[in-house]
Design a protein around this ligand. Structure first.
Ligand code: GA4
Length: 327
């Protein structure tokens, strides 16, 4: 991404009259090595749709090495980076998010976790980048499955792998994303909040995010306030996605979140979005209904994806699939 002038930054979106957001100390922390993990996970998913995980078992060395390669990739010329191809559906993207006019102060790589990519164009040492990415993705998927199994246990569902089997499926439609938010010194001049990635919920089942120590991530609370998530490069942050909201019939809520650009430091985040196979039917699990009515119409992941790709980032996409309560 080239250093952008004021004239260029004007094309981006800002949050106007944004109240200074305090770093929150209320974000739930789950220690995966402790026996109370499942109870804390369920509580966090009900209250926030978001929590931080420590003692996750992913090697810090593997994380740092991948981060280093990713920074190297983004430091190349635009011309070199564009050799990867545009991000529709997978490749290198800059500024534009999705296909419906959303923009952000961001450049990124979008990768399919099952598909072989043409790695010969990924940076100066593509083979190393590929190896690091593959081993990172498999460790993070393992953690995602462990968390999903703890969720099932915490929800007292008999079939422990009811969620995790969807990510383990060979046809699982999971995505990996590396986001680079360059520092934007321009924005510090007039106290503006430049949007890196606009507010949205993740459509999949679960997302696992790890970033460097640069702030920017904010989550939206049920009380209507945005809070800043203190960065922590040793931990992972977990988001409930729309599909898990539906499967739990609204007991877990997908978390609305956004990223603001930083005036001084660049931010690099890596996110694994665990999704089901395209043909999978998404509907509330009968074991969680217990006489309650389903809040959602059944749909396949393919149908949901089709609908999200036709919508703006900030849209409440589940609205379309809600059952109207009979009066
Ligand atoms: C949000 C979560 C993931 O980053 C993503 C995004 C996708 C994209 O960048 O192409 C979408 C967005 C995300 C939801 C609405 C649509 C699709 C951009 C957009 C405007 C890869 C995903 O799966 O959905």
């Amino acid at each position: 991404m080239v250093l952008l002038s004021k004239a260029t930054t004007e094309q981006y979106s800002y949050i106007k009259n944004c109240m200074p957001t305090k770093f929150s100390s209320t974000i739930p922390i789950v220690d995966l090595s402790k026996p109370d993990a499942k109870t804390l996970i369920v509580k966090a998913c009900e209250e926030f749709g978001f929590f931080k995980v420590i003692n996750h078992g992913v090697s810090m060395e593997a994380i740092s090495e991948l981060e280093y390669e990713a920074f190297k990739f983004f430091s190349m010329s635009l011309n070199e980076k564009e050799k990867v191809g545009p991000p529709n559906p997978f490749g290198y993207g800059s500024k534009k998010i999705g296909h419906n006019g959303d923009v952000g102060w961001i450049e990124y790589l979008l990768l399919n976790t099952n598909q072989e990519h043409n790695f010969s164009v990924y940076g100066k040492n593509p083979e190393k980048f590929r190896c690091l990415l593959n081993s990172y993705m498999s460790s993070v998927r393992k953690m995602a499955c462990e968390i999903l199994e703890l969720m099932a246990e915490g929800l007292k569902i008999q079939q422990k792998d009811v969620f995790s089997k969807l990510l383990m499926d060979k046809q699982s439609d999971s995505i990996f994303r590396v986001n680079h938010y360059p520092a934007c010194p321009e924005m510090t001049l007039n106290d503006q909040n430049l949007i890196g990635f606009g507010e949205h919920t993740d459509p999949q089942i679960i997302s696992l995010l790890r970033s460097n120590n640069t702030s920017g991530l904010q989550i939206y609370l049920r009380d209507g306030n945005w809070i800043s998530v203190p960065p922590d490069d040793k931990s992972f942050f977990i988001n409930v996605g729309d599909s898990l909201q539906v499967m739990t019939n609204g007991r877990f809520r997908s978390v609305r979140h956004r990223v603001l650009a930083n005036g001084f430091k660049s931010r690099l985040s890596m996110i694994y979005f665990g999704g089901p196979p395209l043909s999978e039917k998404i509907a509330p699990l009968s074991s969680l209904m217990k006489g309650k009515e389903s809040l959602y119409k059944e749909f396949t992941w393919f149908e949901y994806k089709k609908s999200i790709y036709g919508s703006r980032l900030s849209k409440n996409r589940l609205e379309h699939f809600e059952r109207i309560a009979a009066s």
